[in-house]
Design a binder for this molecule. Structure first.
Ligand code: ARG
Length: 262
């Protein structure tokens, strides 16, 4: 995670951002602290990357890199405003001795568009990640990649429209996908939780699951009920200030998947 020390909305690169609307930096920090506290309370380890002044979106750590089996593919950002985040993540992983830290040739916004489901990676494109990056991801991390096309600008990253619940289960908002991609999702995940528009708009899909608990925005109340019915424990979090930049729980969380011990 990355502390929102320099968080602000000073430009608009997605439909949720309005630089004229004030951001309460102190409240953003409190809300972020609470998310971190919840992760720790439930037994998760949280590493921190130092925020960089002048990079107001760096709090959205999910966009920094994709990590599978300790192999790292660093992001390459679509917009100039965020470009300098990539070297910070490259340096973080390199200095910690990760064996493979690949810089990216094509634009990819990491876990914003890449969702690891068991052995497979679902990869979004349409707004941020270049479709050519999907083959690069497959080469760098050695996992099969399935391309999904996003069609609604409000759901500009895959992690705003789909979340992974376990190695085999996902939930998604159908309205965010092209008909072809929806057909693929239905075939791969016939039992997926289908999320309605109100919960998608509340950023309910910007969630992190540890297989038991699902951390998600507390305003996605219908989705919390659906999760409970499936046997998950929803853990609601208020990240309303960060939502002003178009991000929530998952965006703030880069998941580090280590190599299983031999
Ligand atoms: N303002 C940021 C952007 O538009 C928000 C990023 C949200 N991150 C995410 N993983 N969806 O790039």
């Amino acid at each position: 995670m990355c502390r929102p020390t320099y968080f602000d909305v000073t430009y608009a690169i997605n439909p949720w951002m309005n630089p004229d609307k004030p951001v309460d930096a102190a409240l953003a920090a409190e809300q972020w602290d609470e998310l971190r506290r919840l992760y720790l309370e439930y037994g998760h380890t949280v590493d921190l990357i130092d925020p960089v002044e002048g990079l107001p979106d760096m709090v959205f750590a999910a966009n920094g890199a994709t990590v599978v089996d300790d192999r790292v593919l660093v992001a390459r950002f679509r917009h100039a405003e965020r470009a300098a985040e990539a070297p910070a993540y490259q340096e973080w992983f390199t200095s910690r001795g990760y064996p493979e830290v690949h810089p990216a040739e094509y634009v990819n916004e990491a876990e914003g568009d890449y969702m690891v489901v068991g052995r497979t990676i679902l990869a979004g494109t349409g707004f941020r990640t270049d479709p050519r990056a999907h083959a690069e991801l497959e080469r760098a991390l050695g996992r099969p990649v399935i391309t999904l096309n996003l069609v609604d600008p409000r759901y500009y990253h895959l992690d705003t429209a789909l979340a992974v619940l376990s190695d085999t289960e996902v939930m998604y908002y159908p309205g965010a996908f092209s008909p072809e991609s929806l057909a693929i999702l239905r075939e791969l995940h016939p039992d997926a939780i289908l999320v309605d528009e109100a919960d998608a708009e509340a950023f309910g899909l910007n969630a992190v699951s540890d297989g038991l608990r699902v951390f998600l925005p507390d305003t996605a109340t219908g989705l919390a009920r659906q999760l409970r019915d499936r046997g998950f424990e929803p853990v609601g979090v208020d990240l309303s200030e960060l939502l002003k930049a178009g991000g929530s729980v998952k965006c703030c969380t880069l998941e580090i998947r280590h190599r299983a011990a031999a």
